[in-house]
Design a protein around this ligand. Sequence first.
Ligand code: AKB
Length: 320
Amino acid sequence: MTKTMSRILVTGAAGQIGSELTLALRERYGSQAVVASDMRALTSGRLQESGPFEMLDVLDREGIEKVVDRHKIDIIYHMAAILSAVGEEKPQSAWSVNIDGLRNILEIARLRQLKQVFSPSSIAVFGPETPRACAPQETVLRPTTIYGVSKVAGELLGNYYVQRFGLDVRGLRYPGIVSSETAPGGGTTDYAVAIFYGAIEEKRYTCFVREDTTLPMMYMPDCIKATIDLMEADPARLIHHCDFNLAGMSFSAGELAGQIKEQIPEFSCTYAPDWRQEIADSWPQTIDDRAAREEWGWKPSYDLQSMVSDMLTRLRERRR
Ligand code: AKB
């Protein structure tokens, strides 16, 4: 891929990952080369001021076509999605946004022979029958959420476009993402972000999963790095395409609370598991990401301690 020549569209640019990814892509490829799009107006000043924005619904195929043609887009990072918890409240919308939306993007990319599409997947592709420790790259994929079902279908669809049409589609199975800029919206792993706001603002937090709930997680700088590294990876080295396992760290809700307490001794966390506990229990605790390491050199930089310390510093700075 020629770094300077590509014109990039990011869907879901107002979301948790989309917002930081757009800024990172603008930094790397130039602000005018990256078009942010979302069905909501942007709330972040930096995102608004740093480059072009288009209001776009991923279910509006004609609308996407117009934006792709007007901006001469050749790479799409398709970040718009409905996550696991909201998906259970609105299963029909989850299916249409996650699958019909992806199909629109893939078809537009195929017919216009775009260079690349990034289509994120998730640890939600796994289910209760997947080994909970070190979930393998190739394993049973029988998720019990509509989000997980749509992500399995999305991986398969992406891989189909690679094999059948030669379209360069790539994707990662994101773990829960912890970040300080934009709050996550409607995921099961959202407690791992909300706990920081509780700790800083009220010195307490009521967590909606059990203390011993352990899930794979990742800090946003690692998530952005993994996404861009995969998209820039030499295609000749890739055996997998849309379904890379990706690990950063794994910790229990109690371990996260304990790490925050080291820096905010007055902080107390209580646990009131709700219906999202069942979703969390259906996902593995740790992930085997050897394929990502071998095929494109993946290596995370943050562990629990360094992530907590960076999060608290950033959130405190923002409050000043
Ligand atoms: C969610 O909790 O739904 C997401 C995910 C793991 O994909 N954060």
